[in-house]
Design a protein around this ligand. Structure first.
Ligand code: TYD
Length: 427
């Protein structure tokens, strides 16, 4: 069996991404800068049509005021607004299936080409496309008809889009079109424009384009590690906002814990009252909690195509029990290999912060658990343990400098992850 179309051309806004957050926030910014009232109910209408027209129509501006508003709008949109965006959940999976089945993928958008590329790269999906066509400032005809024509190639082509312009652009070039109703257009608009097919969800679009060719790909497993005090909680919060924006379903979980039995083991192992716990018992409890969590939560989610984002995993045991408790990194790794059946993260984000700075940051905390209350020497060995692991697994480790300000730390982790997603998507 083969796929229905050799060349699949996608519109960007409303088809691959939902961009209203950045657009409406930038319209609001422009109006506030000009001291104008914000027409809350009309903000969504700014998505799609030329901005000047919308500022005139919905805010009663004359020509020069409308252009001033556009300048303010761009000030915010081109810096922050373009990334206040999200890839529609399930898009990377659909695109990967199509590519694996041999399709050529293209983008034909009314958004400037450079901004479009930046957005696709930011969310790790640029590598899936063979070409991206959008207005590029050069003297060219930027009509959808021309953009679609430029994106066409040999074989059967189809245009996928959420507005009538997309459908008409396909018709003008004599190719099929699929109107999607999960973007900014209505079913009626798409039917009236003459869409060959209508898809009401990503699932329907996937069935139309892929049939049962190529199984959906497996998901990914990402762990986040570092000393207590390295800013892990803040960074995981930011990552668990970013990854769904890349179009993935994300399972955010933690160790020790992540499922009822393992959470009970967490209470035991972190209880400051259990001061008599031996190092071996401690290592075995962490690995028992991991065995349950890996088999019942992590592995099924990966199998289901999701991204698992895990706050600590096997490397914590290697660093804390192997290094900190001096049981030996290799011994603890072997123990955990048995516990997890060898389930390892695809990538580990290591928030690298030295033990002295981590200690200073921790000293502000109100309550410390059994491990956090350990002596400084212990945390020094944990730090050395993580460093040794990062050298032992350079392919898997993404080491970021956690001394920097939270936003900068996040940007390092985000950029590295987007690059990795891009590699995975292209494979
Ligand atoms: P964590 O949940 O990161 O602490 P917090 O709730 O303060 O953010 O981890 C709990 C503690 O358990 C932490 O000090 C690290 C330690 N730990 C190990 O010693 N070995 C392990 O295998 C794991 C997962 C955690």
């Amino acid at each position: 069996m083969s796929i229905k179309y050799d060349n699949v051309i996608f519109d960007l806004d409303g088809t691959l991404t939902l961009s209203h957050e950045g657009i409406t926030a930038s319209v609001r910014y422009a109006l506030e800068r000009m001291g104008r009232a914000v027409p809350e109910n009309d903000l969504k209408k700014f998505i799609g049509p030329p901005l000047v027209t919308s500022f005139k129509r919905y805010c009663g501006m004359d020509d020069s005021a409308a252009w001033e508003a556009v300048r303010f709008y761009r000030e915010r949109y081109t810096t922050i607004g373009k990334f206040e965006n999200r890839v529609i959940t399930g898009i990377p999976r659909l695109l990967r299936r199509l590519r694996r089945a041999g399709a050529r993928l293209a983008v034909a958008t009314g958004k400037p080409r450079e901004t479009s590329l930046e957005i696709l790269e930011h969310f790790g999906i640029a590598s899936l496309f063979d070409c991206v066509h959008g207005p590029d400032g050069a003297a060219m005809d930027d009509s959808k008809r021309e953009l679609v024509r430029a994106a066409m190639s040999d074989g059967r082509s189809v245009m996928v889009g959420d507005r009538e312009y997309d459908i008409l652009g396909a018709e003008d070039n004599g190719i099929d079109s699929i109107g999607v109703t999960f973007g900014y257009g209505t079913k009626r608009e798409l039917e009236n424009a003459g869409a060959t097919y209508i898809a009401g969800s990503i699932g329907e679009l996937e069935t139309l384009l892929c049939g049962n060719v190529e199984k959906p790909p497996r998901g990914l497993f990402i762990s986040v590690e570092g000393l207590d005090g390295s800013g892990k909680t803040t960074q995981i919060g930011m990552l668990s906002d970013f990854l769904p924006r890349c179009g993935y379903e994300v399972v955010h979980t933690r160790e020790p814990g992540g499922c009822p039995i393992s959470e009970k083991l967490r209470e035991i192992v972190l209880d400051t009252g259990n001061s008599e716990m031996t190092a071996k018992a401690e290592a075995l409890i962490y690995s028992a909690a991991r065995a349950q969590h890996a088999e019942t939560v992590i592995a099924p989610a990966i199998e289901d195509g999701k991204i698992v984002l895990c706050d600590r995993y096997i490397d914590s045991s290697a660093a804390f029990q192997g290094g900190g408790r001096e049981l030996g990194i290799d011994t603890v790794m072997r123990l955990n290999e048995y516990a997890t059946g060898g389930l390892m993260p695809d990538k580990t984000i290591y928030l690298r912060l030295d033990d002295v700075t981590a200690l200073k940051r921790r000293s502000g905390a109100s309550e410390l658990d059994r491990i956090e209350s350990e002596k400084h020497d212990f945390h020094r060995r944990v730090f050395m343990g993580f460093d040794a692991l990062s050298q032992k697994y350079p392919e898997r480790y993404i080491t970021v400098d956690a001394l920097k300000a939270p936003n900068e730390v996040f940007e390092q982790a985000r950029a590295a992850l987007a690059e990795y997603l891009s590699e995975v998507n292209a494979s």
